[in-house]
Design a protein around this ligand. Structure first.
Ligand code: C2E
Ligand code: MG
Ligand code: MG
Length: 282
């Protein structure tokens, strides 16, 4: 078990490496295999669900879109954080099936949102960089749009980066196939990790979602946020800022030109049922 754990750590850092066993490694390997085993049955056992968080156009104070956020409740494990669950799904290859489930459910629920809020509402779904390089992704997405009688512009794909994407700008990449037909692409968590400046040119995106890290000490980050805003609009893209928690952040960001906003201040992620209940008022 200890040798397996060290081998696994070595593999994580690339090929032809060796890593000395350290205390605790086998614990994280045990957790990984436990989660992987249970996650492979999660869809079948109805343990997956989605929460929807509104995206607001602050110029009209109206919801324009919802972001679908994955939740997993297992009777033995309780709730697992989306980050950990996505990490396990990427390592085990379960990510394709899980995100296809997310796409299907989110687009189905979009029909309900259009009925209760308005036909203009669109849906944003997070797709892992690994899944984004799956050649069949485009066909699957188009088949879902057809199934639910939706338009390509009804869907935004938020590209969430945990691995460095290669070949995303290839002519026949799923990203290009989908954006050519009118599906929108959004760069998630911009300004952190792999979501770098180089990406802005390489990815056929129309929305840049600025990471909430820039909201800490907003005063110190004001110049950076202004520069991002100028850069993004000069590339004919829209900027969206996430993680807005207070009214003063919302106003300041609005004054910096961030008209699309998302965060606990505007609305927390909630299940579809919440939007159908009386507690929800627009
Ligand atoms: P994300 O796509 O950047 O989503 C935003 C995360 O920030 C969500 O966390 C949301 O609940 C949280 N959030 C929203 N507003 C606020 C705020 O005002 N303050 C704070 N502190 N947090 C806020 P969540 O739901 O835990 O999801 C975490 C991440 O997991 C997501 O980050 C996304 O990268 C990933 N994720 C969730 N569902 C999926 C999925 O279906 N596929 C993939 N690939 N990733 C997913
Ligand atoms: Mg996202
Ligand atoms: Mg984000």
């Amino acid at each position: 078990m200890c040798a397996d754990a060290a081998m696994y750590e070595a593999k994580k850092s690339g090929k032809k490496r060796w890593v000395e066993y350290q205390f605790g490694m086998e614990k994280s390997l045990k957790r990984l295999s436990d989660l992987a085993q249970k996650l492979s049955l999660a869809e079948k056992n109805n343990e997956l669900s989605l929460h929807y968080q509104p995206i607001i156009d602050i110029t009209t104070d109206q919801i324009t879109s919802f972001e679908a956020l994955l939740r997993w409740y297992n009777p033995d494990l309780g709730n697992t954080s989306p980050q950990e669950l996505i990490d396990v799904a990427e390592k085990t290859g379960l990510i394709h099936d899980i995100e296809n489930w997310v796409l299907n459910r989110a687009l189905k629920d979009l029909l309900t949102f259009k009925q209760i809020i308005g036909q203009h509402i669109t849906m944003a779904v997070n797709i892992s960089g690994l899944h984004m390089s799956e050649p069949n992704l485009g066909n699957y997405v188009f088949s879902l749009l057809k199934r639910y009688n939706l338009q390509p512009a009804d869907l935004t794909i938020e590209l969430t980066e945990s691995v460095l994407l290669t070949n995303i700008d290839a002519v026949d990449s799923p990203a290009n196939q989908m954006t050519k037909q009118g599906i929108k692409l959004s760069i998630d968590d911009f300004g952190t990790g792999y979501s770098s400046l180089a990406y802005l040119h390489a990815i056929p995106a129309s929305v840049v979602k600025v990471d909430r890290a820039f909201l800490n000490q907003t005063e110190n980050n004001t110049v950076t946020l202004e520069c991002i805003q100028t850069l993004v609009s000069s590339l004919n893209m829209k900027s969206l800022i996430e993680g807005i928690e207070t009214k003063s952040q919302a106003s300041l960001l609005h004054s910096l030109g961030f008209n699309l906003q998302q965060g606990y201040f505007h609305g927390r992620p909630k299940p579809l049922d919440y939007y159908l209940s009386e507690s929800f008022t627009q």
